[in-house]
Design a protein. Structure first.
Lengths: 458, 461
């Protein structure tokens, strides 16, 4: 939110939530620098959790990220338990020191946050180097002994949120995510049925060492940090739940009805969601390039062919955040106001106001679909591919500016089973993507589509 | 709220690395912060060409122009500047605020010269094609539809209108749908000629660049920029600007405490789904460093993010209550905003009674600052949080460039000076700020009710 309203030629992150990835400006990465970025230590702790250490002496901050790979929850009760557990991790009634430490981190400008996605949970803590030892203690205590003393308070918060209902862009994206990933519907408020024992059982079966990767990036003493984690996690020894193989993130349906949500205000949004390849899939780099061709940057197809060529929409493009286990979302926002200036509004000159032109939400969906169909039918041109590779490779560079993001990415790649080395290897894989790779990815993934329209409630 | 801090001209701290400043022969000021941890350079050009520089008859021109500059130059057609930058692996962004237009990118250092040349071409050589202007008009109207659908943005805009009635700061920086529809090419061109020029601009470079290299590429890109019509002293119809050249003079107006605002609490119908409540007072402008820093400390004491603080203690954090404070060159707004919650366990939408109760609760928190003045511990914790957050904000080259440019344009202290000023804030200066600026007689309250529930016009709640 802003007290000094700022208008920009490109949407602000706060307005676009998960679409924020589009805003990043980018730069190319050289092979030498990628190799430098790969320098880290990996330690497998006695109980199976992996620890990645990457000291950066010039950093003013230190970040610790803990990523735990989970399986998609397929029943409402499991999903509710997963959400409750993630939110209540740090709400202990027995150990007030956790709250105090979390507060002390916040008081010096640091942060402690937990993000739960369909296939992983990430806890990320950013702090001053002087707080590292205390933070390690806090985080390890939570991993081992979270007691969910604040479960009832968190339950009430979740129920209140659920009753208010997700709205706006967040609501639309959540609907797409749930449909495409066949996630359970929580409308019957299963939170009330999750007992303390059920939450504890969920925690102990999912938050297990051999699915846990911890990364520390920034200014710290590697030996001291390694010792601290080894000692603190010596009794983090829960066995993993039996799981023959990783469950797929997406459902099997291929046809979805268009959903319509109402919202106050003057704008309309059309979203088309599509499934995406898993992190370890050979199509993963091609899909990153495909997304850039479709809707990342001002020269992408959606922006050029809809916004720039036709003057339609402001918030136009495509977003995909694999780190949030999200689907690919192509979007087009339009002005849903009636033609002509609202009554009582001054034009500044008194001259008659020409009418605006804006497609209906349904027409906006068709405009997006035309571009998707074109990508499925035709390989991109070489200049398009070159631009998209530059943009995608460059964006990777900017994703590594903050120690927080570097710690998260290392822990995420490691926990998801592709190894932390995959982080620095990605730019070279992106640079090697061909036109055929892109078209194959388009044909594989862009034909299953779910749609949501957000329209004004007036 | 993190976004707010990043945009607050004074909300920044010292960045590591060598600092340098110089001025090109044509008057363009260049600020460099050298740091080589990553092979990146943030390039950020700030031009004193914001909504504040529009006359009433030009409303929306600054924003419209910022969009239109990308629509072609004397050597590039529409879209070619973006393509050039994106082929370097970067994107070109722009924004318009009340005091500025801003153009920025972040690129690998070996491409900094090429990227700056593209950015300079966009800013110095635009052709403003008539057909492109018409297409972009519709894009901007769509943008305004997004802005006008944001309940907090609506609330803040209405509070500015109330507290700055008759001042250009009361206008929305992006214009209104009507004013954007009304703007003509010749008006944009006139605004450009009057406001875009090297003597009204500051170029900030942060990252993997030396001052010598910065001078070389800045001179190559911007050295020929000559804009005789863009005078350093902005003259708008209010005659209120205190800006001279690249320096903002701390005018009496910036430092003075404004007169009390006798506006009664107001209720308005708006496009919101839940009642929105705002209680606000005019705050110190950016050049008033001591009061600005005290204001920032008070905001942190109240709870500018999820730190807790007095809003949380009053259980207002459950209503998404937030403190809004970002000083501009000649104004600011110190506001608490909140969204009325429904009754516990109820699906019913909260009504005017709940909104009124929330407004009273916010007023009590503000009154409490005087009845129970901030303690030394509260002030120390708030200062620590502000300084720590600034480290995080300035961790990226882009973040530090934005902080430096924002301060430069608003007349706020440079990052190092701001850090020192925050450390100077005392319990007494905080208490003095509360008495001088946040007194009940200076505050204005506003409730936005959903159209289905609210009154058609204004009414005292």
């Amino acid at each position: 939110m802003t007290s000094a309203p700022v208008c920009s030629r490109w949407p602000a992150p706060a307005r676009t939530l998960a679409l924020a990835a589009l805003v990043a400006s980018v730069a190319l990465v050289s092979a030498v620098r990628a190799a430098r970025a790969a320098e880290f230590q990996r330690i497998v702790l006695p109980t199976g959790a992996r620890l990645i250490l990457k000291p950066v002496d010039t950093a003013e901050l230190t970040a610790i990220s803990i990523c735990i790979r989970t399986e998609p929850d397929r029943t409402p009760l499991e999903d509710a338990a997963g959400e409750l557990v993630a939110r209540a991790l740090f709400s202990s009634s027995l150990n007030r020191s956790r709250d105090r430490l979390a507060a002390s981190i916040a008081e010096v400008g640091g942060s402690l946050e937990t993000v739960r996605c369909a296939d992983h949970v990430a806890i990320t803590c950013v702090m001053l180097p002087t707080q590292v030892r205390e933070a390690i203690y806090l985080l390890c205590e939570v991993l081992k002994n979270a007691d969910f003393g604040g479960l009832d308070r968190v339950r009430q918060e979740l129920i209140a949120e659920q009753r208010r209902g997700a709205s706006g862009i967040a609501g639309g994206l959540d609907l797409l995510r749930r449909e495409l990933q066949a996630r359970p519907d929580l409308q019957d408020l299963p939170y009330v049925r999750v007992t303390h024992a059920a939450a504890d059982a969920y925690f102990r079966s999912r938050y297990v060492p051999d699915r846990t990767a911890i990364a520390v990036v920034g200014q710290f003493n590697p030996e001291a940090v390694r010792t601290a984690f080894r000692d603190s996690l010596a009794d983090f020894d829960r066995p993993a739940a039996r799981q023959a193989r990783a469950a797929p993130l997406y459902g099997h349906a291929t046809n979805y009805p268009t959903r319509v949500l109402k919202q106050p205000g003057a704008d309309a949004e059309a979203f088309v969601g599509m499934p995406t390849p898993p992190l370890g899939d050979p199509d993963f780099p091609a899909f990153v390039i495909l997304k850039a061709i479709l809707g990342e940057g001002h020269s992408s197809r959606l922006v050029q062919r809809i916004r720039e060529a036709r003057g339609i929409g402001y918030n136009v493009g495509a977003a995909w955040q694999p780190t949030l286990s999200d689907p690919l979302v192509a979007f087009l926002q339009t002005d849903a106001r009636a033609d002509g200036a609202p009554s009582g509004e001054s034009t500044g000159t008194g001259s008659p106001a020409p009418p605006s032109r804006s497609p209906s939400p349904e027409a906006a969906l068709r405009l997006i679909s035309e571009q998707l169909d074109d990508l499925v039918a035709n390989a991109p041109s070489e200049p398009e591919l070159a631009r998209a590779r530059s943009v995608a490779v460059g964006r990777e560079r900017l994703r590594h500016e903050r120690v927080r993001d570097r710690a998260f990415l290392l822990s995420w790649y490691e926990a998801m089973g592709v190894g932390a080395e995959a982080d620095s290897a990605l730019p070279a894989r992106l640079a090697a993507v061909s036109r055929d790779d892109v078209q194959r990815a388009a044909q594989e993934y862009l034909t299953t589509r779910a749609s949501v329209l957000l329209v004004p409630d007036r | 709220m993190a976004w707010l801090l990043s945009c607050s001209p004074a909300a920044h701290a010292e960045g590591p690395g060598h600092a340098a400043e110089f001025t090109l022969p044509n008057g363009l000021k260049v600020v460099v912060r050298e740091r080589h941890e990553e092979p990146l350079v943030a390039i950020d050009l700030w031009v004193r060409a914001g909504a504040r520089d529009e006359s009433a008859a030009e409303a929306g021109a600054a924003h419209f122009l910022e969009h239109t500059l990308f629509k072609g130059t004397t050597t590039r057609r529409a879209g070619e500047a973006d393509a050039a930058i994106e082929n370097l692996g970067a994107t070109l962004g722009a924004a318009t605020g009340p005091d500025y237009a801003r153009f920025y990118t972040c690129v690998e250092s070996e491409h900094a010269g090429e990227a700056m040349a593209v950015l300079a071409d966009v800013v110095c050589n635009p052709t403003l094609p008539a057909d492109e202007i018409e297409r972009e008009r519709a894009v901007i109207l769509s943008e305004l539809a997004v802005r006008d659908s944001d309940p907090t943005a609506l609330l803040i805009a209405r509070l500015y209108e109330t507290l700055y009635a008759g001042d250009s700061y009361a206008r929305l920086p992006g214009g209104t749908a009507a004013s954007i529809r009304a703007r003509k090419r010749e008006e944009l061109l006139a605004f450009y000629r009057r406001t875009f020029g090297p003597r009204r601009s500051t170029l900030v470079l942060v990252g993997d660049v030396t001052p010598d290299r910065a001078r070389e590429i800045a001179a190559a890109a911007f050295g020929a920029w000559n804009a005789p019509g863009a005078e350093p002293i902005a003259a708008n119809e209010n005659g209120a600007s205190s800006r001279q050249g690249n320096k903002v003079v701390a005018a009496d107006r910036a430092a003075a405490v404004p007169p009390a605002v006798p506006a009664p609490p107001t209720v308005k119908a708006a496009d919101v789904s839940q009642p929105m409540i705002g209680v606000a007072a005019r705050g110190p402008a950016a050049p008033n460093v001591a009061d600005v820093c005290a204001a920032q400390v008070v905001a942190a004491i109240l709870g500018q993010s999820d730190l807790g603080g007095r809003l949380a203690a009053a259980r207002l954090s459950q209503t998404a209550a937030a403190v809004i404070y970002a000083p501009r060159a000649e104004s600011s707004l110190f506001a608490i905003t909140a969204r009325a919650p429904g009754a516990a366990g109820s699906r019913a939408r909260p009504g005017l009674a709940e909104a009124k109760a929330l407004r009273q609760a916010i007023e009590q928190v503000l009154d409490g600052l005087r009845a129970s003045p901030p303690t030394a511990a509260e002030v120390a914790a708030a200062k620590s949080a502000l300084l720590g957050r600034a480290v995080f904000q300035n961790e990226t080259d882009s973040g530090l460039a934005a902080a430096i440019g924002g301060a430069e344009i608003a007349g706020a202290p440079a990052p190092e000076a701001w850090r020192a000023a925050i450390e100077q804030v005392s319990v007494q200066s905080v208490r003095t700020f509360v008495v001088r600026w946040l007194d009940a007689g200076r505050r204005s309250a506003l409730i936005l009710m959903p159209r289905a529930d609210g009154p058609d016009g204004d009414a005292a709640p």
